[in-house]
Design a protein around this ligand. Structure first.
Ligand SMILES: [Zn+2]
Ligand SMILES: [Zn+2]
Length: 181
């Protein structure tokens, strides 16, 4: 019997250098499964917003079909090994049609299934380059920033980075985004 195939992808944000995730998924798994691990890998909500895979550039190439929050949708059952991908090919993925967060996903290699593990999974990721909370820093403490206050950043025309504690205490009710490392 032919061995099962594992597809090894490297997924990265299209417009931000730094964060990437290597994702392994079996050929007989689906875009619904892939969507789920993409949301987990890039801290996207699983219960909110549509997403979609494209054969090439987002909005400018063949659409594989929307995936709804929760993993249903027109392309959710399409299998990875039915996408016609060969090593080196890149597809793209958009999360949230409003915020339009685009990702490039390159197929690095296709290997035979060696060990039974839970698929899909995140096999490796970039080494994080942490940044620090500016309010803690003023008090001489180095605390990793996990939030960017969008409101203050836009107002002050610079990145206002905060830890969770300082966000809650000093930027309560401000619109903020979690920082992906
Ligand atoms: Zn802080
Ligand atoms: Zn703020």
């Amino acid at each position: 019997m032919e061995k099962e195939k594992v597809y090894v992808f490297k997924a990265a944000l299209k417009y931000r250098k730094g964060p990437w995730r290597r994702i392994e998924i079996k050929g007989n798994q689906t875009l619904g499964d892939f969507d789920h691990i993409m949301r987990e890998a890039f801290n996207h909500d699983t219960g909110d917003h549509l997403s979609e895979f494209f054969s090439g550039r987002v909005w400018h190439s063949e659409r594989f079909g929307e995936i709804e929050p929760g993993g249903s949708g027109s392309s959710a059952k399409k299998q990875i090994d039915q996408l016609g991908l060969t090593e080196g090919n890149a597809i793209e993925y958009v999360y949230d049609f409003g915020d339009d967060i685009q990702h490039v996903i390159t197929l690095e290699k296709i290997v035979e299934l060696e060990k039974e593990a839970k698929y899909p999974h995140i096999a490796s990721k970039n080494k994080p380059r942490y940044r620090y909370c500016e309010l803690c820093k003023k008090q001489g403490k180095n605390t990793i920033a996990t939030w960017i206050c969008i409101e203050c950043s836009e107002e002050e025309q610079r990145e206002v980075l905060l830890c969770e504690d300082c966000l809650e205490k000093k930027h309560e009710d401000h619109y903020a985004d979690e920082i992906l490392y």
